[in-house]
Design a protein around this ligand. Sequence first.
Ligand SMILES: *[C@@H]1O[C@H](CO)[C@@H](O)[C@H](O)[C@H]1NC(C)=O
Length: 463
Amino acid sequence: MGALKLAAVLGLVSVLLGYYFLKDTDVEPPKMADQWWGKGATPKEDSKDIIKFEIRVNATEIDGLKLRLENTRYFEALEDVQSFQYGFHATYMKQVVNYWMESYLPNWAKHEEHLNKFPHFKTMIGGIMVHFIHIKPKLKTGQTSTPLVLMHGWAGSVYEFYRAIDLLTDQRSDTVFEIICPSIPGFGWSEAPHRAGFDQVATARVFLRLMDRLKLNRFYIQGGDWGFIVAKYMTLLQPAKILGLHMNMAVYQFPWSPTLGGMARQLIADKFPALFVKTEDMWKVINTAEKLMFWVQEMGFFHLQATKPDTVGFGLTDSPVGLAAYILEKFSTLTNEDYRNAPDGNLEKDFSLDDLLTNVMVYWTTNTITSSMRYYKEFFEREGNEKFNAKVKSVPTGLACYSNEVGGCAPKEFTDLNYLNTIHYSDAPKGGHFAAFEVPDYFVKDIKTFVNKVEKLKKDETE
Ligand SMILES: *[C@@H]1O[C@H](CO)[C@@H](O)[C@H](O)[C@H]1NC(C)=O
């Protein structure tokens, strides 16, 4: 009887606390500014030229890479571990390296052509050259296109979107998109910032300036991983420009920067999910302890990159095998955590080795792994982290929940508190963290559904 009473009292207190904290406090959004990331302390005026360019990696560089691959020093794998539980498995790595040397690199011209199938450009913003793919689709008479910005994260690149871009620009479909797909500065073909402090807010400012330069005044934006944080900041900085915000990380508050109310809600929902969400969504809030365990097991890279990115950068910059292990392990575990139990991390189950190696080549040939890792440190030490919980008030928002997303998805009842005009929330039947790369058909279908909803709402308003 005593235990029952105690449970009832605890329950009541939790309910009261829960409802009290439902009133989340808002955070002041960041503001637009021009910042300087170029060489030297004195800002100079940016050239406004937009330069077309092709990706070219010369024979000397390819030979240099081959030499390193041939001279790799391996280590002995554990006898009784045939999985990715200790990280990328040495036996499988030897297969990957063999394929890289014997099949992939001899065909580099073909992969390079494939990378160049879309038009690439660079333009200077804040003293650094920013790379982007820009596709204006061929239209039939009477057809119009819708501008859409696609934003990648770590350890990905613009290459994650190649299949999705094919589908989005297909002139046979009802909605045809004009695609702008930029590389985050310090990732791939965008120049790395030369000065400390280049965080996610700074990226959002740079990408908004890029859209100004392209004379695109209203557009849709889409992001996953860091791309979703950049997308949110773009929306907070210049909401009038954003036709719609679509994200494939249905996150309520970033796990490293929750508000007090957000934290309380998560913890209470963990024990009393029925107070907050529908039965079918309970899996999205329960098991905080299990989630925490997953973070501890899998987020070592995050801690490392948020603290000493340059230290680990030496190894990864100097060893292509180290780089491939570091990047590709993420494409295994973050696609499906159960893949840790497979001897090859099931890497070739959802991706081709060619595509995976092309993504590694983006980092290798541009020497950007270190600058890409610094992005984590800047998130924690700059304004980004503080402002992340500001609410998106009026911009139509669409969220896609992929069931294997790292750390799970937040239920719509939670995301609604942060995105006040959520008009679309979808539960994808399959897919993990790199959704555009893994399930491009669903990824594109979901964006189109969202955009059609926004366009219909706009039409209804004007009628
Ligand atoms: C090959 O490319 C590298 C890096 O861009 C450059 O430093 C080098 O001069 C190039 N070599 C030749 C022979 O073009």
